[in-house]
Design a protein around this ligand. Structure first.
Ligand code: ADP
Ligand code: ZN
Length: 433
């Protein structure tokens, strides 16, 4: 099923013509209303009239998180406050939070995009959606909420936290879908099992999971523990919030980007050079319909790859591969670059390990060292020390063989590492403190 059949299946040429038209309008508008863009376009010697094809977008300067911070809180808004009906702020995972704004029409757009996501997940108005994304300044909660209502499903506005109560509601209200971070899906599964609830017997059918990087192996783990289909959803507050792209249940491979509202590019994060589709790089988004907070060529720092192959669901929007990590989460251990999600993939492929891990980076002298703490199952934990040491060595070897980094592995007791309600924090970087 497709929520907005007309737009989601536009032939590429028609879609690209629409993108160009919308792009020119937004460029005109930001040039005249937002100081930063007037200045940066002038400095780069480009003006909105230069846009005769979509390729001309590459000539315009990037916008960065730094620009957002420099204009904190309201400096990049393109409409007066009287036209703004909502403010949100990013969770500030990597520094001071950034503030974003919506007009009434922006809220409409966003709700429609989230409605599209739910329909892409195979949901209908007969579904009950348990929304465990945090409500508040974070865009996750309200974004999913409005989309669920727009689509006509029944929404349970749980928000994050209070895990025991969440489990009671899951049992009593019988929601068929859940929205939360992948790490919280696991937290719920585990907490339920602990109090003797058969989490696989719940009515839940689908998980719409995102807001943090996760691996294919983590997907299998969640699907198994909750007996659901787990789908990936991507978004960031700067661009609109959740609902920038969504995996369809038919394809379950890569997230369709809602290209009638966003233009996506991938760039080499070091040089800024635009990469051809199919090559992994940093995602850059331009919003072409947003009114209050349009963004031109915004560098997300998220690393992914654009997939142009057709999808069996019938949507014509290109897909993006699951985000392997943020460039600022990338660990550089003795010159080798590695993302936490790559380590996760390797750990999850090893029997007896639980999907709970922590990466500790330290500096001893001039050398960076990586220690991986990972929980083992009860069964393994009661094994002999010798067995455990053997397993640690085997994991170290796998990490070295696949990723080229040397890591000390420490198997820890089940349930000894921290659990998360929102975005998981896997890395403890002691070099910064
Ligand atoms: P913050 O930047 O403070 O975390 P947001 O809440 O807007 O603020 O988070 C957006 C970021 O979350 C994205 O830039 C991306 O790094 C991450 N993210 C969101 N969805 C996904 C996903 N499905 N997979 C991987 N990372 C994701
Ligand atoms: Zn599809």
């Amino acid at each position: 099923m497709i929520y907005n059949e007309e737009f989601e299946t536009l032939p590429r040429e028609v879609l690209e013509a629409l993108q160009l038209k919308r792009l020119r309008q937004v460029m005109e508008r930001v040039y005249h209303t937002v100081g930063l863009y007037r200045k940066s376009f002038d400095e780069a010697g480009v003006s909105p009239e230069d846009l005769t094809s979509l390729n001309d977008l590459h000539r315009f300067p990037f916008t960065t998180k730094g620009d957002l911070r420099d204009n904190y809180p309201f400096g990049l808004f393109a409409v007066p406050m009287s036209n703004i009906v909502r403010l949100h702020a990013s969770s500030g995972t990597t520094g001071k939070s950034t503030v974003v704004a919506y007009t009434r029409r922006d809220i409409e757009t966003w709700s429609e995009l989230m409605a599209r996501c739910f329909v892409a997940a195979g949901l209908t108005r007969n579904d009950i959606i348990h929304n465990a994304y945090g409500y508040g300044l974070f865009t996750g909660g309200l974004g999913a909420h409005y989309g669920a209502e727009k689509m006509g499903a029944s929404v349970i506005p749980m928000s994050g936290g209070n895990t025991k109560r969440q489990i009671t509601i899951l049992q009593d209200f019988g929601p068929t879908a859940i929205c939360c971070t992948p790490s919280y899906a696991l937290t719920l599964a585990e907490a339920g099992a602990e109090i003797g609830v058969d989490m696989r017997a719940l009515k839940l059918r689908v998980g719409i999971l995102g807001a943090e990087p996760w691996s294919e192996q983590m997907r299998s783990e969640i699907e198994d523990k909750l007996d659901i289909t787990a789908l990936n959803i991507y978004g960031l507050s700067e661009v609109i919030g959740p609902g920038v792209s969504m995996e369809c249940i038919e394809g379950r491979n890569g997230m369709h980007i809602f290209e009638d509202h966003f233009i996506v590019e991938t760039i080499d994060p070091d040089t800024g050079a635009v990469l051809p589709p199919g090559e992994a790089g940093e995602l850059v988004f331009t919003t072409i319909t947003k009114e209050a907070f349009p963004l031109i060529r915004y560098r997300t720092r998220d690393i992914s790859r654009i997939m142009t192959e057709p999808c069996r669901c019938g949507r014509n929007f290109f897909r993006m591969e699951r985000v392997s990590g943020r460039s600022d989460d990338m660990l550089i251990i003795r010159g080798v670059n590695v993302f936490p999600s790559q380590i996760e993939s390797i750990l999850m492929a090893i029997e007896g390990l639980e999907p709970h891990y922590q990466l500790i980076v330290e500096r001893t002298g001039t050398l960076d060292t990586l220690t991986i703490k990972v929980e083992v199952s009860d069964k393994i934990f009661s094994d002999e020390v010798r067995m455990l040491q053997g397993l640690e060595r085997r994991i170290s070897k796998d990490i070295k063989d696949y990723l080229g980094v040397t890591a000390a592995v420490r198997l820890v007791e089940p349930k000894s590492l921290q659990r998360f309600e929102g975005k998981a924090e896997r890395v403890v970087d002691k070099r910064r403190s």
